[in-house]
Design a protein around this ligand. Structure first.
Ligand code: NAD
Length: 340
């Protein structure tokens, strides 16, 4: 593995992944292609800019000329770029379908023309939809419920069709909910942390009963790297962490770490199509050697500490609230900040 194109490398996961890969001497060049939407920040790449092997291109994955030019120079692709926030997809599905589906198709067309050694498409457990019991393995049916998850499921299917039809060496990773430093404060953990650190209330949907599996961003990046190196083309790999929590349980952890009490918590009507529980079986990747290494408590404390020490990074991002989507169960408009 010598040359790598990383799309969405100025976002949360992509920037962690680029920093990780630059540790390896075998890497001759990493090019980040990122449109720097509201979610992308070049500062996320930090000291990676000091490494002469890292190149940054501000551009859109929908721009076929740019993508074709870059694919001619790189032999591996890791595709993170996406619209990633569930709540936003509830009122602007069109952007999600354009970026996540057509953007992925644009990259795959270029990969097909130029010939790449591996194309890793980064996806999510949300494509499986809610499971009240059990856990989805990679052969489980795709039952996405919200536009974000549907756009990711569609992009997964398009990616796999390019493997079957044209032989593009595609692997797909599907991970659970990530947490860690430098995540945009629209997502639940940084949203709650930044509000609690500011002495503001946080809001729980419904009764706070929705269960998610939590995965440290370092563990996801390790799993994606393993798939990049050892995954078989045409295969999907689930990547999970060791901690399942309801949103109420997660809130309890964050209150404790931030030194806040339950009087800071407000309950609001449930979000549209808020899936009750996600759960994945990731034994397929474990058979290749994957094990999540990060302890949840320690990882969460380190994450809160990053937000405590870097208010200049997240405070400007916290000032653009979402429009208020309407609840499925109430005609009332929701005025409190939402989260995924
Ligand atoms: P993010 O929103 O932090 O970053 C997305 C990046 O993509 C941003 O830098 C943005 O500028 C860039 N981007 C958006 N549209 C673009 C376009 N048209 N052209 C070029 N760049 C564009 O997202 P993230 O949390 O880092 O997620 C990265 C990927 O991982 C996404 O595909 C997401 O679906 C997937 N994923 C994320 C999680 C999670 O918990 N964060 C879990 C599972 C899967």
């Amino acid at each position: 593995m010598r040359t790598l194109l990383v799309t969405g490398g100025a976002g949360f996961l992509g920037s962690h992944f680029v920093r990780r890969l630059l540790r390896y001497e075998e890497i001759a060049r990493i090019t980040v292609l990122d449109a720097l939407t509201y979610a992308g920040h070049a500062e996320n790449l930090g000291e990676a800019f000091l490494d002469s092997r890292m190149h940054f291109v501000e551009g859109d994955i929908l721009d076929a000329d740019v993508v074709d030019h870059l694919l001619a120079q790189h032999d591996h692709v890791v595709h993170f770029a996406a619209e990633s926030h569930v709540d936003r997809s509830l009122y602007e599905a069109s952007t999600f379908l354009t970026t996540n589906v057509q953007g992925t198709r644009t990259l795959l067309d270029a990969a097909r023309r130029r010939g790449v050694a591996k194309f890793v498409h980064v996806s999510t457990d949300e494509v499986y939809g809610p499971l009240l019991t059990g856990a989805a393995d990679e052969s489980a049916p795709l039952r996405p419920t919200v536009p974000y998850a549907a756009s990711k499921a569609a992009s997964d299917l398009v990616a796999m069709s390019y493997f079957h039809t044209y032989g593009v060496p595609v692997c797909i990773t599907r991970s659970s909910n990530n947490y860690g430093p430098r995540q945009h404060p629209e997502k639940i953990i940084p949203l709650f942390v930044t509000r609690l650190l500011n002495g503001q209330p946080v809001t729980l949907h419904g009764r706070g009963q929705h269960v998610r599996n939590w995965l440290h961003v370092d563990d996801n990046c390790a799993g994606i790297e393993l798939v990049l190196r050892s995954g078989s083309p045409g295969e999907v790999y689930n990547i999970g962490g060791g901690t399942d929590l309801s949103s109420k349980e997660l809130t309890g952890e964050l209150l404790r770490i931030c030194g806040s009490g339950w009087d800071q918590v407000r309950y609001i009507p449930d979000r549209l199509a808020n899936d009750q529980r996600y759960a994945m079986d990731w034994s397929k990747l474990a058979a290749l050697g994957y094990q999540p290494a990060r302890d949840f408590q320690a990882g969460l404390e380190e994450t809160v500490d990053w937000y405590r020490r870097n208010p200049d990074r997240w405070a400007p991002l916290s000032r653009s609230p979402l429009p208020s989507p309407r609840s499925a169960h109430s005609a009332q408009s929701l005025q409190e900040p939402q989260h995924a």
